[in-house]
Write a protein that binds this ligand. Structure first.
Ligand SMILES: [Zn+2]
Ligand SMILES: [Zn+2]
Length: 138
């Protein structure tokens, strides 16, 4: 009896944790790392552990609900799963969404060689407009 209760409680808690982590990622448009997601999820669930956040983020990415992007060997997460690219500022580290039709043409070129393309992601590295302005003034 007690065992059943424990299992049920754990399951309930897991579902709640997953829902909160998912909501945090959906509400964040700055492509947060797992640590950032953890900080934000703790406002809602003070007892959640970083390990749980890692596990839930992995699950959500595998389910295709969120997207994982790796920048400088670090994982970042976002709730946007549609086709888009990223600009990464080397000065402030900000990751911004980039919309460009350029890839459709490149994709066709690749597919002509017989490849089946399932996903494409471009990463542009440089200075964001704010940092470019700041550096330009110096
Ligand atoms: Zn910047
Ligand atoms: Zn994005």
């Amino acid at each position: 009896m007690e065992k059943v209760e424990t299992g049920r409680t754990r399951k309930k808690r897991n579902t709640r944790q997953k829902a909160v982590v998912y909501q945090v990622v959906l509400d964040s448009n700055d492509h947060p790392t797992a640590e950032k997601v953890y900080e934000r999820a703790r406002r809602e669930l003070p007892n959640i552990s970083l390990g749980t956040v890692y596990r839930v983020l992995k699950e959500l990415s595998q389910e295709g609900k969120i997207k994982e992007i790796i920048v400088n060997k670090q994982s970042h997460f976002e709730g946007r799963t549609d086709f888009h690219h990223h600009f990464i500022c080397r000065a402030c580290g900000k990751i911004e969404d980039v919309e460009t039709p350029l890839c459709r043409y490149t994709c066709k070129k690749v597919e002509q060689k017989g490849y089946v393309v399932e996903d494409i992601e471009y990463k542009f590295y440089g200075l964001c407009s704010k940092c470019a302005q700041k550096l330009g003034k110096e």
